[in-house]
Design a protein around this ligand. Sequence first.
Ligand SMILES: C[S@@+](CC[C@H](N)C(=O)[O-])C[C@H]1O[C@@H](n2cnc3c(N)ncnc32)[C@H](O)[C@@H]1O
Ligand code: SF4
Length: 450
Amino acid sequence: MLSFDDLKARGLFDERLPRYTSYPPAPAFHDGMGAAFQAEALAALDPGEPISLYLHIPFCERLCWFCACRTQGVRSIAPVEHYIGTLEAELALIKDHLPGRIRVGQMHWGGGTPTILPPALITRLRNALGTVFDFDPDTEFSVEIDPTLVDADKVVALREAGMTRASIGVQDFAEVVQNCIGRLQSFEQTRDAVDLLRAAGIGSLNIDLVYGLPFQSITGFGKTLDQVCALDPDRIALFGYAHVPHMAQRQKLIPEAALPDDRARFALFNKATEMLTAHGLAPIGIDHFAKPGDSMAQAARTGHLRRNFQGYTVDGCETLLGLGASSISKFRDGFVQNTAQTGPYTKLIKDGSLAGARGYRLTEEDRLRSRVIEMLMCDYAIDFEELALSAADMALLAPGLAALRAECRGLITESPGRLSLSPEARPLVRRLAHFFDTFTLQNVGFSRVS
Ligand SMILES: C[S@@+](CC[C@H](N)C(=O)[O-])C[C@H]1O[C@@H](n2cnc3c(N)ncnc32)[C@H](O)[C@@H]1O
Ligand code: SF4
């Protein structure tokens, strides 16, 4: 493994780069590719092709100071209920633009906190989706769960709505960390939520952890990791804390002096990797771990892992349709993001307009670069056989490949059809992906590379 100093000498810790959940990254989207582009893309969908759905619920009862998600605090259920009415109206508008009923292969409810919805609103939202889309009994349906805001009735309603996977927010159980990130959540509360989900028959559980939080220590985080392993999740997402107070105002409450430095972050990540792999979880991409039998681990082994706005996924659908304020859709021809703020989003929908505000139309060159970047992020490799490059494609990729080879001298293996990074080169992967990125967006609010 390359040491901290080796990686630092290569500039790893000094850069802010995209996490490449899309290419181009969302800051490259621009005005003028909004509702009209969205309408065109919806009309062009093939009713024979299943799609993925993402629903954004931008509300929380608690507002954790570390959180960079698009969400707002609410004290009553009234604004949430109003928002569900707006989602119903958005669905009706979308239905008017679709060529027919469309099948859903995968669905994800994220936020914010989807478990802020009481059972009646969960059922109402699921029924509204059923008026536009067809769901198979085996449609994968995952929901982000806040263990402090869930109960048996909500879990039953979600299960009846078809939930197959739950993603549970933990971050860190250490009290000193929790006090400093404005998020109190005991191990016992979390274990109760896990028990509720398993009792309801939810077969797959993910737990979110974050390293790089204030006052996080190797000992304290090690204890959290032991507790998390005791809950026996199928997957773990281990995110590096993104401290972007200029974008997420509530992070101004985080005492910067208490944040671990680059060396300490690196040690925290390595400690977690060591403990999770010792527990039998396979590392996947830059920030996931999964049991070997889990579909994500299988996809990683067989080269079927993909990357979208939710991070790593086994979802092979070409189209991802986002509903709700700030959600992003990916169509064959490009991306469209809905208006971010809930108020203006609601007004647009109420006035009978789709809510797309900004987006990007993909060129053939973007598609090629996007797939190369996705291969690096998912497989730590470039599969030239799959890419079947023309001479013109090869010329486009040549500068990126030359930069990658120079950076990774001795750290790659190459055969005629494939270039693979050695395990030592893996921490560099976002830098290497950036060699194929023609959008000069470095430092535009992106997170640390490690
Ligand atoms: C929508 S939240 C999780 C669901 C639920 N609201 C909860 O808190 O339990 C999604 C996840 O994003 C991650 N996250 C949020 N802000 C982050 C940040 N600044 N840096 C890294 N990860 C972050 C956390 O791991 C969090 O669990
Ligand atoms: S971590 Fe979850 S509960 Fe906390 S503010 Fe973010 S979305 Fe809301």
